[in-house]
Ligand binder design. Structure first.
Ligand code: G6P
Length: 614
């Protein structure tokens, strides 16, 4: 969490920093701040969002061609002014921003206090900064060397950027566990640095992603990279492929709505060129390269968090259904601390939109250390998880900015569908006819999503108008629609703050049935092909208790329609393809309800999109 940005060049850094922070705000928005070096070092910060910072400084003439900025998701210390970044060292000379957690900060702080240092905040960041300054002063070394020595003493994760009043031509960054990318500007001596490429894309396409335990030094217009062991590295410069339009709202009121409506394209991009429904062939390099391994696989373990965990559950149904391989789906945070049994015959799949989620990354490292083959399904190209894996498939959904995941989810499910079918083919577990049906069905999903978005939008608004004041929602589904019930409930609670629970429909009678009354809307995903009769019985049980039913049904259904208060029709497709369609109205309902309740849809309270702390 936390977004960090820096600029060094010959223009005023302030505008770059503010624009960059706005783009990074999805990473946290508890406080915002910038530090600029002109004749002297000045810090401007505030509790709240970037727009609050802009408001606070509106009458000031802020100057400086070297600067850093930060938008915070609080970990150590309350989200107040004192804890907002940038932090300043005791002498007032150094300013630093940080994304991550310094785990041994308490011990270091105590030692620093014993040696006479005082602290202005409760943050772990200030501890690292004071340590750097102490080393710089005591050892009489250059800033780079002080940073290097200090980082050798800390345990934890960090992406940091520092500036120093005494060295007005230098910008230093370093990373371990949290991402950091450097942009090489078009003007000589101009560089950008940020948590991801979105603040950079407007100015340059030439970037270098830092590796863990690397320090970048930009001094007098030159870029150099060294490791924590003081070994010089040659910067690996690459070309960015994302476009500026992809990270802007494009006329939509919120990123989330834009991303919901982008799904016909994003699903299509996640599938493009990867299969042929006529030749029944897969063109996924991971399947081709690992064919022998796949034949001998004994088990698949999927690790993920949040929405990605829900797509993992769908992956379990798909892979067990088609490839007939046992699958376990694990919350990465539980898996990594559970002493799990992992063997060299296992394939461990990590699913992550950001590719940076700390728990997922750690779970994967654990699996790797036990000799399992590790596979990544990530959206962000070049992300930490993507780089760690032996093989993988990007989801190609494009940048997802809204904190609540929508298009990344359907892209993950699309890739998992392909993967399950590819595994099934290699293992000889699927017949030609079934494979043809599935691939032909998958090919038309983007078009069906496009029509569905148009057809159900008004009804979703109407339903939202009617129920947006409810304080509880229940979501029920069976089979492939059970993870969709979980995901629908998560979407609603994340952005509207309404309590919502997802349940397997049959479990309703073991608890949630006690909650049913005429005030709690119950969203039931009751499509034709999956356990239809059973779910109709569940709906009868709800209606017998005066419950309100909003049903997601297959086109042409009459039975559920007659029972439900509202019914939203989706195309009648193969059971295994239903999740890609049944989630669409649930995303829209969550969005409209949150808007009607006046919630900040793209930046829900307390959440962040990229969770780089455990
Ligand atoms: C956060 C986000 C969720 C996301 C989860 C996992 O909680 O708000 O939208 O599903 O992290 O993130 P990942 O990037 O690993 O998919």
């Amino acid at each position: 969490m936390c977004g960090i940005v820096g600029y060094i060049g010959n223009k005023n850094a302030f505008d770059y920093l503010i624009k960059g922070l706005e783009r990074l705000e999805y990473r946290g928005y508890d406080s915002a701040g910038v530090a600029l070096l002109d004749e002297e070092l000045k810090v401007y910060k505030t509790q709240g969002k970037v727009k609050d910072l802009v408001h606070v400084v509106q009458d000031q003439n802020i100057q400086g061609s070297l600067g850093i900025g930060h938008t915070r998701w609080a970990t150590h210390g309350a989200p107040n002014y004192a804890n907002a970044h940038p932090h300043i060292s005791q002498s007032g000379s150094l300013a630093m921003i940080h994304n991550g957690i310094i785990e041994n900060y308490a011990t270091i702080k105590k030692a620093l206090e014993n040696r006479g240092r005082t602290f202005a905040s409760d943050t772990d960041t200030e501890v690292l900064l004071q340590l750097i300054e102490e080393i710089q002063e005591k050892n009489g070394v250059e800033l780079y060397e002080a940073v290097r020595l200090a980082l050798n003493e800390v345990i934890g994760a960090y992406a940091i950027v520092l500036i120093d009043q005494k060295n007005p031509n230098i910008l230093i960054g370093a990373k371990k566990g949290s991402p950091l990318v450097v942009g090489i500007g078009q003007n000589k001596g101009e560089y950008f640095i940020a948590s991801d490429a979105t603040p950079i894309i407007e100015y340059t396409r030439q970037v270098s992603y830092l590796e863990d335990e690397e320090i970048v030094i930009i001094e007098k217009g030159e870029l150099s990279i060294k490791t924590l062991e003081n070994v010089e590295k040659t910067p690996f410069i690459q070309e960015l492929s994302i476009s500026l339009e992809a990270i802007e709202k494009g006329g939509y009121e919120h990123f989330m709505l834009k991303e919901i409506f982008e799904q016909p394209t994003s699903i299509s991009n996640s599938l493009r060129g990867r299969f042929s429904p006529t030749e029944l062939r897969f063109a996924m390099s991971s399947l081709i390269e690992y064919e022998d391994k796949i034949k001998n696989l004994k088990r698949i373990i999927i690790v993920a968090c949040g929405t990605s965990w829900h797509s993992g559950l769908i992956g379990e149904y798909l892979i067990e259904d088609f490839a007939r391989l046992p699958v376990e789906v694990e919350y990465a945070s539980e898996f990594r601390y559970r002493n799990p049994i992992i063997t060299e015959d296992d394939l461990v799949i990590a699913i992550s939109q950001s590719g940076e989620t700390a728990d997922t990354l750690a779970a994967l490292e654990l699996a790797k250390s036990k000799g399992a083959t590790i596979y990544g399904i990530c959206n962000v190209v070049g992300s930490s998880i993507a780089r760690l894996t032996d093989a993988g498939a990007y989801t190609h959904a494009g940048p997802e900015i809204g904190v609540a995941s929508t298009k990344a989810f359907t892209a993950q499910v699309s890739v998992l569908t392909l993967l399950s079918l590819g595994l099934a083919q290699i293992r000889g577990a699927i017949g030609t006819q079934k494979l043809r049906e599935m691939l032909s069905g998958l090919e038309v999903i983007p078009k069906q999503v496009e029509s569905l978005l148009k057809e159900c939008d008004n009804l979703c608004r109407e339903i939202s108008e009617k129920y947006h004041e409810a304080s509880n929602f229940l979501y029920l589904g069976r089979g492939y629609n059970f993870p969709i019930a979980l995901e629908g409930a998560l979407k609603l609670k994340e952005i509207s703050y309404i309590h919502a629970e997802g349940y397997p429909a049959a479990e309703m009678k073991h608890g949630p049935i006690a909650l049913i009354d005429e005030n709690m809307p119950i969203i039931v995903i009751a499509t034709k092909r999956g356990h239809y009769e059973k779910i109709v019985s569940n709906i009868q049980e709800i209606k017998a208790r005066n419950g309100v039913v909003i049903a997601i049904v297959s086109k042409g259904d009459n039975e559920v329609k007659a029972l439900a208060d509202f019914a939203i029709e989706i195309p009648d497709v193969e059971d295994a393809l239903v999740p890609l369609l049944s989630i669409i109205p649930l995303q829209l309902i969550s969005y409209y309800i949150a808007v009607l309740r006046g919630c900040n849809v793209d930046q829900p309270r307390n959440l962040a999109k990229s969770v780089t702390v455990e």
